[in-house]
Design a protein around this ligand. Structure first.
Ligand code: ZN
Ligand code: ZN
Length: 133
């Protein structure tokens, strides 16, 4: 794997993507919407500039989860790949868990911690925010 690119994809392999570079900051999101959308206690998001992210195989399904954003996922296996704000945002967010090498990303913060489930409190020393930060 080259050092200046990240690649990833969904569980079944129908969706594949690549990122130029290694993205911006990564956050563990504890909000209730991420929990429902993923089925996991929290979701780790990697912020990426729009022009550095692209799907290289497949076409994601989209669910408008709020007035301001949509969640993109594989229609075959259900893996959630992308959280994308509507309108003019220069960044998008990718699920770090769908990276081929998730260890290349270093999460920096917990967000929406007021929604955190009690058994997902890892005391890892990272800074915590109510809301996004
Ligand atoms: Zn899939
Ligand atoms: Zn969230």
């Amino acid at each position: 794997m080259s050092g200046d690119k990240l690649t990833g994809g969904c569980l079944c392999g129908a969706l594949r993507y690549e990122i130029d570079g290694t993205g911006e900051s990564a956050s563990h999101c504890h909000c209730g919407m991420c929990r429902k959308a993923s089925g996991a206690a929290f979701v780790t998001w990697l912020g990426v500039a729009h022009d550095k992210f692209r799907f290289t195989a497949g076409k994601p399904h989209s669910y408008r989860s709020s007035d301001s954003a949509s969640r993109l996922f594989c229609g075959a296996c259900g893996s959630q790949i992308q959280f994308d704000y509507h309108g003019a945002h220069d960044h998008t967010h990718i699920t770090a868990g769908t990276l081929d090498e998730p260890g290349r990303v270093t999460p920096e913060r917990h967000i929406w911690v007021q929604d955190r489930v009690p058994w997902a409190d890892y005391k890892d020393g990272l800074v915590e925010f109510s809301g996004e930060d």
